[in-house]
Write a protein that binds this ligand. Structure first.
Ligand SMILES: *Cc1c(COP(=O)(O)O)cnc(C)c1O
Length: 397
């Protein structure tokens, strides 16, 4: 989604302006903030032999067992189970909560949209770190609320004290993203606890953990990263009733095309989200695939470890080339290229490496197929050799 209309990396209350007079949408009776959004356009198609490293997808093909389970779910003349009870029951048992404290959505973005709609509207403010997930600004705009963006720290992570300070009477929702998309940084467990202690209990906080499975799969985070759903212990929502944890089957579990995510939190919050949901949007195939993936979790988490090891090896190789990049705990790396973002993305694209450019801040490169690694290393070696010696993305020698 293009976000050119948004000023980058500074704290500000962002509301959309009206479309220009030459825009055909100006002649229609549309909500002005919607008419002013940049229209979605498909990016250029990648060359046939290019690696698609732009959407943080899982590069492994689906497991045969998961494919078989989905292929067997043939009763699609019937509506799906509206509340995905079987999947909720399984997730509830795993995380030690009741099935009503679990809510399934067609991707965790759908759940986020529901939570934004349930909490926020004209006159209210949603607070989040920036740069972060590109879906946040548009979901907030669609609700009619304003975005309050708190700039990332110089180390590309969340500035939790500044986020806490930005919360006020108008705040309707706070979103914390760990690992942060697109920078890969994590929020520390202790700093998260200290932050939650300052948030008024009536303000809902969403902890978006779309990449949680990749955190413990590679290099250890120092200090320990926050984990909303620790194994063998109660979810953080037990201690913080105003907290909602979001997880997805799209990334570690490789089900991006089937659209399944889940939320864990207090029944009252999830009931409010359910009230805003488009009914029946989680398909039986999606629910079936998620259940089959949980049953095959051991194999899938082995793949996650492979991806995390590939990420850490790529990080180390790039550091050796001279790149200054933050340690990532997700399935992508972040190159803070600043004003050179667009030009470098163009170069990578020409080399058959489709990456995501967030100009003027940086480039996000998903960890993809093993064969993409040598191509990336050779292209990035050439690029860094051409960057000026004093360029901020070069590691100080
Ligand atoms: C990918 C992603 C999601 C989830 O995507 P869905 O496919 O809708 O589940 C949520 N948050 C972040 C930060 C993501 O990067």
């Amino acid at each position: 989604m293009p976000l050119a209309a948004y000023p980058a990396n500074r704290l500000g209350r962002v509301t959309e302006t009206t479309p220009s007079a030459t825009d055909p949408r100006a002649a229609l009776r549309l909500r002005p903030e919607i008419a002013a959004l940049p229209a979605y356009r498909q990016g250029k198609a990648a060359a046939a032999d290019a690696f698609k490293l732009s959407s943080n997808e899982n590069p492994f093909d689906p497991l045969p067992g998961v494919v078989d389970a989905v292929a067997a779910a043939t009763q699609f003349n019937r509506y799906p189970d509206a509340t995905a009870l079987a999947l909720r029951t399984e997730l509830a048992a795993r995380h030690g909560v009741s099935p009503d404290e679990v809510h399934i959505g067609s991707g965790s973005v759908a759940l986020l949209a529901q939570l934004v709609l349930a909490t926020s509207g004209p006159g209210t403010e949603v607070v989040y770190s920036w740069r972060s997930f590109e879906a946040y600004p548009s979901l907030v705009t669609v609700s009619g609320a304003a975005s309050v963006r708190v700039p990332n720290t110089p180390e590309h992570g969340h500035d939790l004290p500044a986020i806490a300070a930005a919360i006020g009477d108008a705040t309707s929702l706070v979103i914390i993203c760990s690992p942060n998309n697109p920078t890969g940084t994590v929020v520390g467990a202790d700093e998260f606890e200290a932050f939650m202690a300052t948030v008024p209990s009536e303000v809902i906080v969403v902890l978006d953990e779309a990449y949680a499975e990749f955190v413990s799969a590679g290099s250890a985070a120092e200090p320990a990263a926050v984990n909303g759903l620790p194994r063998g212990a109660a979810p953080l929502t037990a201690r913080h009733p105003n907290l909602v944890i979001l997880r997805t089957f799209s990334k570690a579990y490789g089900l991006a095309g089937l659209r399944v995510g889940f939320a864990i939190g207090a029944e009252a919050i999830l009931d409010a989200a359910r009230s805003t949901a488009i009914p029946l949007s989680v398909t039986a195939q999606g629910e079936t695939a998620a259940l089959a993936s949980l049953a095959a979790e051991k194999q899938l988490l082995e793949r996650v470890r492979t991806i995390a090891a590939r990420r850490d090896a790529l990080h180390d190789a790039l550091t050796a080339q001279g790149w200054a990049l933050p340690r990532s705990f997700a399935n992508f790396l972040w190159l803070p290229l600043g004003d050179d973002t667009a030009a470098v993305a163009e170069r990578l694209n020409a080399a058959g490496l489709v990456v995501r450019a967030f100009a003027p801040e940086g480039i996000r490169i998903s960890i993809g197929e093993e064969e993409s690694v040598p191509r990336l290393l050779s292209a990035l070696q050439q690029i860094i050799d051409e960057l000026a010696p004093g360029h901020p993305v070069r590691r100080l020698a």
